[in-house]
Design a protein. Structure first.
Lengths: 288, 260
């Protein structure tokens, strides 16, 4: 990457949060203030409390499918948190609850102390989906302008931010081209740019390096590390355990909807022996 | 402030329509048919311009309905299918705002299309008649646009209820055609049949949005005097009530609908 760490994300505070103190943040009506322990520990950015998600089945009389079972977990400010698990473990469902796409059957989830059911909870987050899902008829610049408007970033500030994030992801020369003409790597980078447009305090990345070539992976990893240095919180799911071991402070391993292990990468590795991959296989009960 | 998100989403819908070829194809087709017919004067009838106006307006009505229904029908299903709904809803917007933005975008896009069509119609008619009854044209276009608002709201609701966009498009076309062609006669048919069909037809007559109220083509074709403005405002209020009803139902449905 050609930019400096200070240019990683736009300098200005996110729209809607400019004059407010960062911590703690009050909740919307009916919510609980999860940042009440802010004086003793880094404040909780993500909190799951006894989260349970069930999906109804189409078959008559069949029991509902349990996707997440009694998940209690918290991620603190400034952490890079890896959310791991085999396919079907409930990672995406948990992320969907966090982003307000799916309603929890029981339990609660909070972002910055605000219940995820409130749209304002998403004001300070950036989200990068696993695959690139953007309006292909828009140019990269137009897409970022659209998302910047949704965050109510003032017009005067908007263009500067777009320039900075496009520079960061090295899409400056392609900014006026329709997204349908972008390569897969470019589409992933425009995704990263839209996730950074509001200068988020929390980035939620769903398998950010999936399908990228080694150079693309390295660039994404560099951006995550830069964000970490800037004190941002990163919550991401990945199957690339080597990468997780490199960038994550803490990880949680989910299997069949249940939290099987959680802790610092170094602690888990020293407790179970081997590397993170071996820890992962042991925790999910894999028998070769 | 709530309108900021709605306007932003509407802007994307308008950009999509402008960049698709549907509108241009329909416009060129309408223009070609009208110009070819206008260049022919088979019976040397001096009133041939009336037929020309009637055909052109019919084409405009058909094209506008095609644009409105097909544009509205694909909005939410396309967002779900291409999964663009996920990054969109990960922003601080509600599903209601998304739906209202889609409605506004489709409606404004139809206004742009209608303006182009009616401008062409006005120029084509003026070249033959050498006068331009602006009040008539304005009322015809405005009520036509208001009617499309009801159709778009109904189609958006259909796009949430029916799983396949093609099924929704077909059903919406059939319903709109039924209302436009037969809606006004339902009460007359009802008195000629016995119960319970009579009650059903009468209930249907009062329940359906009477889109034919907004059809002022005869006014333009025959150069009749403009409709009273109060009547126009009442028609707008009638359409607004139906559009609001469809949109409220859509919002309730969309809020409960799983995205996957």
């Amino acid at each position: 990457m050609t930019t400096t760490a200070s240019a990683c994300v736009p300098d200005a505070p996110p729209a809607g949060a400019g004059t407010e103190p960062k911590w703690p943040r009050t909740t919307a009506a009916g919510g609980t203030n999860r940042a009440r322990n802010a004086t003793t520990a880094p404040p909780e950015v993500i909190t799951f409390e006894h989260l349970r998600v069930e999906y109804p089945t189409r078959e008559r009389g069949a029991p509902a499918k349990l996707a997440v079972k009694d998940l209690t977990l918290s991620v603190h400010a400034g952490e890079v948190f890896g959310f791991l698990g085999p396919n079907g473990a409930g990672k995406t469902t948990t992320m969907n609850v966090l982003l307000g796409f799916t309603r929890a059957t029981d339990g609660e989830a909070f972002l910055f102390g605000t219940n995820v059911r409130e749209p304002v909870a998403r004001q300070r987050i950036g989200y990068l989906p696993e695959l690139t899902y953007y309006y292909k008829f828009l140019t990269g610049e137009e897409l970022l302008r659209f998302y910047a408007r949704l965050f109510r970033i003032p017009r005067a500030e908007r263009e500067g931010r777009i320039d900075r994030v496009l520079e960061l992801v090295e899409l400056g020369p392609a900014r006026k081209r329709p997204i349908k003409t972008y390569s897969k790597g470019m589409q992933q980078r425009v995704g990263l740019a839209q996730a950074l447009i509001n200068n988020p305090d929390l980035l939620i990345l769903d398998e950010p390096t999936s399908g990228l070539d080694p150079v693309g992976r390295m660039k994404v990893r560099e951006i995550i590390q830069r964000l970490q240095h800037e004190g941002k919180t990163v919550f991401f799911s990945s199957h690339e355990l080597g990468e997780v071991e490199t960038v994550c402070d803490r990880v949680a391993i989910l299997h069949q909807g249940e939290l099987k292990a959680e802790g610092r990468v170094s602690d888990l590795v020293s407790r179970h022996g081997g590397n993170l991959e071996q820890v992962f296989l042991r925790v999910i009960g894999y028998q070769p | 402030m709530i309108m900021n998100e709605i306007f932003a989403i509407a802007g994307v819908v308008i950009k999509e329509l402008v960049r698709r070829k549907d509108f241009y194809v329909l416009f060129v087709l309408t223009a070609l048919i009208t110009l070819i017919m206008g260049s022919v004067n088979v019976f040397h009838d001096t009133r041939i311009v009336r037929y020309l106006k009637e055909i052109c307006l019919l084409l405009i009505w058909v094209c506008s309905l095609v644009i409105a229904v097909t544009t509205a029908a694909r909005q939410i299903p396309a967002e779900r299918e291409s999964r663009t709904i996920f990054p969109l809803l990960a922003k601080p917007v509600t599903r209601t705002q998304v739906l209202l933005g889609k409605f506004l975008g489709c409606w404004v896009a139809c206004a742009i299309a209608l303006a182009a069509f009616y401008l062409f119609f006005g120029v084509a008619a003026m070249s033959k008649e050498h006068h331009w009854p602006l009040a008539n044209y304005f009322q015809a276009m405005a009520l036509h646009w208001v009617m499309l608002g009801v159709v778009i709201a109904m189609t958006l609701l259909g796009s949430l209820v029916f799983s396949a966009p093609s099924a929704n498009t077909t059903i919406c076309f059939v319903v709109v055609a039924f209302i436009l062609l037969l809606g006004r006669h339902l009460d007359k048919v009802a008195v000629q049949v016995s119960e319970p069909a009579r009650g059903l037809l009468q209930a249907l007559f009062f329940a359906i949005p009477h889109l034919e109220f907004f059809d002022l083509r005869d006014l333009v074709v025959h150069d009749w005097p403009p409709v009273q403005w109060l009547v126009c405002f009442k028609a707008v209020a009638y359409a607004a009530a139906y559009a609001a009803l469809f949109l409220a139902a859509s919002c309730l449905w969309f809020r409960r609908k799983p995205l996957n």
